[in-house]
Design a protein around this ligand. Sequence first.
Ligand code: PNW
Length: 507
Amino acid sequence: MKLILYIGLIIAACHAHPRQERRFPDDFLFGTATAAYQIEGGYNVDGKTDNIWDHMTHTKPHVIKDMSNGDIAANSYYNYKRDVEMMRELGIDAYRFSFSWSRILPNPLAPYNVNQAGIDFYNNYINEMLKYNITPMATLYHWDLPQKLQDLGGFLNPLFPEWFEDYARVVYENFGDRVKLFITFNEPREICFEGYGSSTKAPILNVTDVGTYLCAKYLLLGHAKAYYAYVNDFKPTQQGQCGITISSNWFGPLTDSEEDQFAAELKRQAEWGLYADPIFSEEGGFPKELSDVVARKSLDMGYKESRMPEFTDEERQLIQGSADFFGVNHYTASLISATEYKTFYPVPSLYADIDVGIYRPPEWLDSASDWLKFAPNSVYNALTFLHNKYPNTEFYITENGWSNYPDAGLIDDDRSTYYRAALNSVLDALEAGVNIKGYMAWSLMDNFEWMEGYVERFGLYEVDFTSEAKTRTPRKSAFVYKEIVRSRVIDPDYEPENLTMWIDEGH
Ligand code: PNW
């Protein structure tokens, strides 16, 4: 009898005090992200010149899965008001987008010759966001190098840092009065490893032996020069922040063995340490274990020196500390083995240098993208690791999202499940003391998914690419995200009543 009473009391108490809800802080910035080439279209209008994606998709259309390109994409160059309307529908605090370099500087070697039509477009976009209190977060470079600079070697030309600084100054000068969050580069790994060290992104150079490493050096120097241009000449009056976004998926050891732990560390250094250590580590410069391996393998093969270049002391110091925040693009995880699951890689190359195997348990759910699996706790694992490695760093999650196929329709419960799990993992990381300031969902809408064309869809809004208007329609996940943004709480049972969007008062 007593026991029953006791249980009854507990049940009553639970009802009176529902379990403590975990909330995102009020000043946490919730947003969505996109990139210029993936949404804008207008590839040849109003003075814009070709970038490496225009050039590659036009000269080698077969490298894109559906032979498509970003000539029109979601046509945001003309639809930007609808884009901002969608941001208001979602009730988001911030929007991450990127500037197209060759739209702003049709001749990137003549930075005094600014294209007014390009400036007007971004002014309109930014002003429309600000009208509704949406904070712009702007990336200077999301993979669309002006083709003219590629013709001169692109990121492998030692002049690259100067070209980038010149462009960055034009951006700060024109937009820095209103944009307070700048990101220099989106994902150095994808730029350098995929574009130069292999052939999975433009300019598909496939210089496997040195491409990644040389590109990393000049990219980091360009980043640091652009950062100090901001800090010295703009920040004092504009009072914003400038950071960099690095793709930081989680790579854990397959087993607890020392070999696997070392293999996982080498993999992390190859995937993101190569770009993050020079900026955020205490010692500066490229990561030690990776540098040692590349140096040893280079000399063994008969190279005169390491295929990984050195920084001078001056360069190392310039790069070290050159960011106000670390932008994390996080999607997935892998387990790393020193001995198992190895595949073939060209020799020499970054992957042959580290020579580790990758395993993804079959129970991790598949998305439409072969690299993207639903890995438990991966945000928490990556963010707490980064926080311990680079203490006192401020983080933004600048991308996170899930893909499905074009015919998946509007009921995308898999995407909602992914977002809820990822955001719970963000809350875990916040509770563990990681300083995360905001979260940008990739993506506001379906867009040109690089080599996959329009075959993989990441949008909270579906885009009908066959329609003239490029009509945008919210998916179910858009309503789920909207409710999280509004309530600052993740309710696992929330079900939207119908799939019609409206704009809340005050937005
Ligand atoms: C990002 N990975 O790239 C890009 O910044 C976006 O432009 C892109 O559309 C989005 O992710 C979805 O692909 C990534 O290997 C490239 O884990 C590679 C990885 C993740 C993201």
